[in-house]
Ligand binder design. Structure first.
Ligand code: TA6
Length: 290
């Protein structure tokens, strides 16, 4: 019995046994096709019904209960990055979330609501995803305990592109970043970001909407966010791609992460009873010139 079956909506939402036998929901709306796993409440596929997906998924990704899925939108909580003796990028993305609601909205969009099961701290964590012509995601953390709670969060989104050499990221001009490879801080971005090597940058104190210009696919992917002061831009390039067992050696050519969250100095501290919402909306427009 698929634990998600009771949330089926005929013609729109179908519980399936997806890769690795993991329970997932296949979603079809008038404007999009999507696949959302219970594991990590992970949006693994989203894009227009015709044409290339907007989210990237590695052909080599693991689909097992104790591993993160390499692609789509990993939900990063309650910490970002490595931590001694604990899973990198936190535990939320390797936990099976509870699906509490599936809703067919007027106009045909589908809304899914997941909650993170008991996870050893005094917070409630809810993920709401609305699937349609745009992909809208909200990660809502509430402090249900009696003392302050500090955490990092991030929607670690993998985008599909045609050729990293011809792709650029716009919108971060003037924003300073930390280069994770050089651990240099406060380098100011002077214009559009282009890629010629491994790129791992944490842009801080920015609420900017970013755009990924893909002239080969002739599309502009727009990433609008709220409740976020950090944007991470990452491409593993050749050597790191080769070191990642769940990632094809040449897949760096066809993917790019633009991640939205609150990390490092922008970690969030909630007082008892307080909540915070990280929201990201992804949209795509044709842009032959890009
Ligand atoms: O967001 C960039 C980053 O922190 C990179 O340093 C790289 O490690 C990437 O996340 C992927 O992390 P993962 O734990 O999913 O392999």
């Amino acid at each position: 019995m698929n634990p998600l079956e009771r949330h089926d909506i005929p013609g729109s939402v179908t519980a399936v046994s997806a890769k690795g036998g993991l329970p997932a929901l296949r979603v079809e709306t008038p404007d999009c096709s999507a696949l959302v796993y219970q594991h990590g409440a992970h949006v693994a596929l989203w894009g227009p019904r015709e044409g290339p997906p907007v989210l990237f998924m590695s052909e080599a990704s693991d689909f097992s209960p104790d591993k993160p899925i390499r692609g789509g939108v990993p939900l990063i909580f309650p910490w970002f990055g490595p931590r001694d003796g604990a899973p990198g990028h936190g535990t939320a993305r390797i936990t099976a979330w509870d699906l509490t609601e599936s809703l067919l909205l007027p106009g045909g969009d589908v809304r899914l609501r997941f909650t993170l099961p008991e996870h050893g701290d005094s917070t409630s964590v809810v993920f709401v995803v609305t699937l349609g012509a745009t992909l809208r995601m909200e990660l809502i953390v509430s402090n249900t305990g009696g003392s302050p709670f500090t955490f990092e969060n991030c929607l670690h989104t993998y985008f599909q592109i045609a050729d990293i050499h011809q792709t650029e990221v716009r919108g971060l001009r003037g924003v300073s970043y930390t280069d994770q490879l050089l651990s240099l801080t406060r380098i100011e971005e002077h214009g559009a970001i282009r890629f010629t090597a491994e790129t791992d940058r944490v842009y801080q104190n920015t609420t900017a909407t970013t755009e990924i210009a893909d002239p080969v696919l002739g599309r502009l992917i727009r990433v609008r966010k709220s409740g976020s002061l950090s944007t991470v831009v990452w491409n593993p390039w050749i050597d790191k791609a080769a070191r990642m067992p769940d990632f094809g050696d040449d897949e760096y050519l066809r993917m790019l992460c633009v991640e939205s969250g609150n990390i490092r100095e922008h970690a969030i501290t909630l007082a008892p009873g307080e909540s915070s919402t990280l929201e990201v909306e992804i949209s795509v427009s044709p842009n032959p010139g890009s």
